[in-house]
Design a protein around this ligand. Structure first.
Ligand code: ADP
Length: 450
């Protein structure tokens, strides 16, 4: 096991990694920006190092400064968390060159699965269900037209190197496809330095279901079943749950096994998530693979009893998974709500500033992963998520009631949060009946005039 781990992240995930490292007997070194000086999670680290200014381009994205801090602090490993440099294969490579263990996959495995076209190609070979669409990058416009005729409109044009919802175009007819191809290529080249685009069938109504995976350096790969992240706004997940309600268990299990095979075939070591859209007939289509720990990992931890963050560290330290696929079982139901400092009544504008009141919920089956507390001033510089409330119940109905109650106990102010929106969602028929789709939250907000 490592003795010293540098955490190249901030907020709740930095705290989550500190807790995991501590239990494994490793010391933690947190790097931070001037905007995060005095922030609560830093008190929990063994050492802290300021690496630059507030904007992440001056600190949390600065590979040179993070590596310098790692060398000064003499660490064995770096945990990137999620966001920032977590999916940057170049960073993983620099760590390797500097003989510092990157807690995540090898740069090669990251690049293979992080590129949507190469990932889709491998997925097809391992029987992981993908969207109908082009086989690789679109070279000729006519090729796209032929594929679109075959699969039927609407289709979506996507960038192979895309991320964060950028570079996507939904088109309903041939002329629109022709112009979308051009503009998507240009945007992708500008934004990602890679202009390769491909097309696939666009699903109007779908649920988001994803598979949690773990692979080690000894050739083992397992899945920890699925999460449902259908409740989203502008492609941002708001509520996640495990297991996915109302799905065909045999079908999900088969998809999960194929995703584990995809991981094995790419010699992937670490935590990963294979994301899918599920169509109205229950068919799965792979969106992408995320090569890191995800925000919503706790729901899987609660239903499987497996600590994903601790395993991410143990795997990087060379340990082999000490359980097999057959040992992984789902117990009960877990739900997570992302607590964002945003004002749902004013178009979700960020609500940064001083937290004066912060009363956390508690009781059986309630977990709070958050760095927020009274007296903490949320900087306007970063993501608005200030924590996650996660509950575990024996059934989905119990988990919904538990979450509803815990959200009611959670008092945080005077900043505004997404808590009231979640209380409404948990009481809405489509959510309770699990007949919602990825655009349901937006419809609910529109109907309420929100
Ligand atoms: P990114 O890496 O930019 O987040 P994804 O491929 O994960 O891109 O897609 C982001 C979101 O766009 C999905 O969560 C989904 O809501 C929507 N989307 C992507 N592909 C499709 C599709 N083929 N049909 C319907 N919606 C899609």
């Amino acid at each position: 096991m490592f003795s010293r781990i540098l955490i190249a992240n901030r907020g709740e995930i930095a705290l989550r990694i500190i807790r995991a490292a501590r239990e494994l007997g490793a010391q933690t070194i947190c790097v931070y920006s001037t905007a995060d000086r005095g922030a609560p999670w830093l008190e929990q680290a063994d050492e802290t190092i300021c690496i630059g200014g507030g904007p992440s381009t001056e600190s949390y994205l600065r590979i040179d400064r993070i590596i310098s801090a790692a060398e000064v602090a003499n660490v064995d490993a770096i945990h990137p968390g999620y966001g920032f440099l977590s999916e940057n294969a170049h960073f993983a490579e620099v760590c390797r060159d500097c003989r510092i263990e990157f807690i995540g996959p090898s740069p090669e495995a990251m690049a293979l699965l992080g590129d949507k076209i190469s990932c889709k190609r491998l997925a097809k070979a391992t029987g992981t269900p993908v969207f109908p669409g082009s086989d690789g990058a679109i070279e000729e416009e006519e090729e796209a037209i032929t594929v679109a005729r075959e699969i039927g409109y609407p289709v979506i044009v996507k960038a192979s190197a895309g991320g964060g919802g950028r570079g996507m175009r939904i088109v309903h007819n041939e002329p629109a496809l022709r112009s979308a191809l051009q503009s998507a290529r240009q945007e992708a080249a500008r934004a990602f330095g890679n202009g390769a685009v491909y097309i696939e069938k666009f699903l109007e109504r779908a649920r988001h279901v994803e598979i949690q995976l773990l692979g080690d350096r000894h050739g083992n790969a397992v899945h920890l079943f699925e999460r449902d992240c259908t409740s989203q706004r502008r492609h941002q997940k708001l509520i996640e749950e495990a297991p996915a309600p109302g799905v065909d268990r045999a079908r999900v299990d088969a998809v999960a096994r194929s995703a584990a095979e995809l991981l094995r075939r790419s010699s992937y070591a670490g935590a990963a998530t294979c994301e899918f859209l599920m169509d109205e007939a229950g068919g799965f289509h792979m969106l992408e693979v995320n090569t890191r720990v995800q925000v919503e990992h706790p729901v899987t931890e609660l239903v499987t009893g497996i600590d994903i963050v601790k395993w991410s560290i143990r795997i990087a330290a060379g340990e082999a998974l000490d359980f097999e696929q057959g040992d992984v079982r789902i117990r009960g139901h877990a739900i997570e709500c992302r607590i964002n400092a945003e004002d749902p009544d004013r178009g979700f504008i960020p609500s940064a500033g001083l937290i004066e009141v912060c009363d956390l919920p508690g009781g059986p089956g309630v977990r709070v992963d958050s760095h927020a507390r009274a007296g903490y001033r949320i900087p306007p510089t970063y993501d608005s998520m200030i924590g996650k409330l996660i509950v575990h119940g024996s059934t989905r109905a119990e988990a919904i009631e538990r979450m509803f109650g815990a959200l009611g106990e959670f008092r945080i102010g005077p900043i505004r949060t997404t808590i009231p929106l979640y209380r409404r969602l948990l009481r809405s028929r489509p959510f309770v009946d699990a007949t919602h789709d990825i655009h349901y939250v937006e419809r609910l907000l529109r109907d309420e005039g929100g």
